[in-house]
Design a protein around this ligand. Structure first.
Ligand code: ATP
Length: 626
């Protein structure tokens, strides 16, 4: 293996020169040629095991594609490989004869095929470019890999991050015309499955040009939280003529008549007037297991009975800031001891992300995470949604009745988001259910026992609400056995470093862009009223609206980040800053955003990086502001 040297002096053949992607990859490899070597350096078996566990859900969702592809390509002396986002191969399948040959060049689980280690190759170069790549024979940078012909396609997360690569490889002497197309289709299908299993409480708009394509691999999917787009696939971007910056915008901005959609295919129009066909689907993909199986009431386990495993898709969560780690430890102890945890913090400060981490790390991690947005449920539906109902309990009820969200949370975690927005009357019923750990569905005299970890979140000051009578004191005390304050983003330690890191992660690195010192200074000095949500939306816009390769200066930033509008470092809000100052900053920022959007609340909310309903709520609550 050591005798196999990289071609650092020779240029690839003429035919290869025509392929820009390969050429650019060769240039990168030649620039860092000294660091490349043929020695594969496999990771330790224990590290591979950890990666397999971390990626268990994607691997699980990819199995049917891998099995189908493997049986297709085995007879053509080819193999199928699945690698993670760092290029480490996690799984192989296909022709046993070629697998043996592939091992000679370390094309096997536990070896990283990142371009920075193995030179131009399909897995590594597809990862670098976040695009499908075919690398044939001599197009490989390292001499030893020239025996291979490889075709790799990235698998995208619902937020547009590459979460893995699917590869079909064979000997270079055999050119397989269909391999690239197959790899692309299967990678897309795996991405669709991930999207359909991401968060079962969310709705999906599925659309295409013709109804016959709504269940095909080409189906376009948007994942919605209320009307905000929180996930998508490439087919959706393509049909809507957008890039990933469409995330966190309102679906109203893209599809005119999506509100009329239901489970049957209906006509749908893009904002450019193109006609499509679409349906609205609940979180569960047809024919696939629920991410969090429901236990029928009569099957509720006896105390101490082992919990069932869930096939739930737990996508990687953003890591918590270091300053939140000890809070997390205490919260885990509290929730495991049966205490209710209350998360308080500004909008977008990461309350739900904290709650999801807490679920994953608690004794309830094998059960479902059931999130209820108490502020978004129509008042008339909230009771049936929470407690369920018997068949025929009221006009319009589903014939088979409904279990209700509290029972769905059985054996997992119930997350009551925006608890401060729950109507006073319902607070009494909720308190009773929480105290007695029993649910009585509407129209039924049965009481059904439920057991779950309880986490609530709010961006109101609940204590003040208790004082002014808009929140029940007894419910407040029931919800906050343990209180966690999520600090706003502007108080994050090392905010500048975090900004750089996120800018690179969100595409700056791929597009060779940097933030100059002046831009960083203004971004770090800004008050970030929409916190992480706003930060990601602003950084994504910078990455995609500025030219690739640019160095972004303060003057390239939106107006609210330029000197006059951003808070000077000396005035930065600190944890001791009085609430009135904080209010004034929020009011000013919001006032300006609304003025700049010419009173268009949707646009103003988008520029602030918050959801429209959050902005409306703020304006209702603070009528003195604009
Ligand atoms: N620690 C973090 N690091 C990076 N991103 C984060 C972090 N916390 C939250 N985010 C991102 O910020 C966005 C908002 O997070 P989240 O929904 O948890 O906030 P929230 O406080 O619950 O907001 P709201 O009160 O408006 O519901 C999400 O896109 C999430 O991925």
């Amino acid at each position: 293996m050591n005798s196999l040297k990289p071609l650092t002096s020779a240029k690839p053949q003429d035919a290869v020169l025509a392929k820009n992607r390969i050429l650019r990859s060769w240039e990168r490899c030649q620039a860092s040629g000294a660091a490349l070597h043929a020695d594969p350096n496999p990771i330790l078996a224990a590290d591979l095991q950890t990666r397999l566990e971390q990626h268990a859900n994607v691997l699980h969702l990819a199995q049917s594609e891998i099995a189908t592809l493997a049986s297709l390509v085995a007879s053509a002396q080819s193999v199928v490989l699945l690698a993670d986002a760092s290029g480490v191969i996690l799984q192989e399948a296909g022709s046993t004869e070629f697998l043996r040959k592939a091992e000679k060049v370390a094309l096997q689980p536990g070896v990283s095929w990142a371009e920075s280690l193995r030179g131009t190759n399909a897995i590594g170069t597809a990862l670098f470019d976040a695009a499908p790549v075919q690398v044939h024979g001599s197009e490989h940078f390292l001499e030893c890999n020239k025996i291979l012909s490889c075709h790799a396609a990235p698998i995208f997360s619902p937020r547009g991050e590459v979460i893995g690569v699917l590869d079909i490889s064979s000997e270079a002497s055999m050119l397989h015309a269909y391999a690239m197309g197959l790899a692309k289709i299967c990678a897309r299908q795996i991405g669709n499955r991930v999207l359909e299993h991401t968060d079962t409480r969310l709705h999906r708009v599925v659309f295409q040009r013709h109804a016959s394509m709504l269940d095909s691999v080409e189906r376009a999917i948007l994942l919605l939280e209320e009307d905000r787009i929180v996930g998508a696939n490439e087919a959706a971007l393509c049909l809507l003529g957008s890039d990933w910056s469409l995330l966190d915008t309102s679906v109203h901005d893209w599809l005119d008549d999506w509100r009329q959609l239901d489970e049957s295919p209906r006509a749908l129009h893009t904002r450019n007037g193109a006609q499509l066909t679409g349906t609205l689907r609940s979180g569960r993909a047809p024919g696939l297991p629920r991410s969090a199986p429901i236990i029928p009431a009569q099957d509720a386990p006896a105390p101490g009975q082992k919990k069932r495993a869930t096939a739930g898709m737990k996508l990687a969560l953003p890591p918590l800031a270091d300053e939140m780690k000890s809070n997390m430890q205490h919260a885990i102890t509290a929730v495991n001891a049966g205490m209710a945890v209350l998360l308080q913090g500004e909008t977008g400060a990461g309350k739900e992300i904290f709650a999801r981490h807490l679920h994953n790390l608690s004794q309830w991690h094998q059960g479902p995470f059931v999130a209820i947005n108490c502020g978004a449920l129509p008042e008339s539906l909230i009771e049936s949604e929470l407690f369920g109902y018997e068949a025929g309990a009221f006009t319009g009820a589903r014939r088979e009745g409904s279990r209700g969200r509290l029972r769905e949370a059985h054996d997992g975690v119930l997350f009551l988001d925006e608890i401060g927005d729950m109507p006073l009357l319902l607070q009494t019923r909720l308190l009773r259910a929480l105290q007695e750990r029993e649910v009585q569905p509407l129209g039924s005299d049965k009481r059904i026992p439920v057991e779950f970890g309880l986490i609530s979140a709010t961006n109101h000051d609940l204590m003040t609400m208790v004082e002014n009578g808009s929140f029940r004191a007894d419910l407040y005390y029931r919800l906050q056995d343990f209180d966690v304050h999520l600090p706003p983003l502007r108080e994050r330690h090392n905010l500048r470093n975090y900004l750089c890191q996120e800018f690179q992660r969100l595409g700056g690195a791929d597009r060779s862009m940097i933030l100059t010192d002046s831009a960083l200074q203004n971004l770090a000095a800004y008050s970030w009223p929409g916190n992480y949500r706003q930060l990601h939306s602003v950084l994504r816009r910078l990455v995609h609206l500025q030219a690739a390769g640019s160095a972004i200066k303060a003057t390239d930033l939106p107006p609210e980040f330029q000197g006059r509008d951003c808070i000077a470092p000396a005035q930065r809000v600190t944890p001791t800053c009085p609430a009135s100052t904080l209010r004034a900053i929020s009011d000013q920022t919001i006032e300006r955003a609304i003025a700049e959007s010419r009173n268009n609340i949707t646009h103003a909310a988008r520029s602030l990086g918050v959801h429209r309903s959050t902005l409306y709520r703020y304006l209702r609550r603070h009528p003195a502001s604009p």
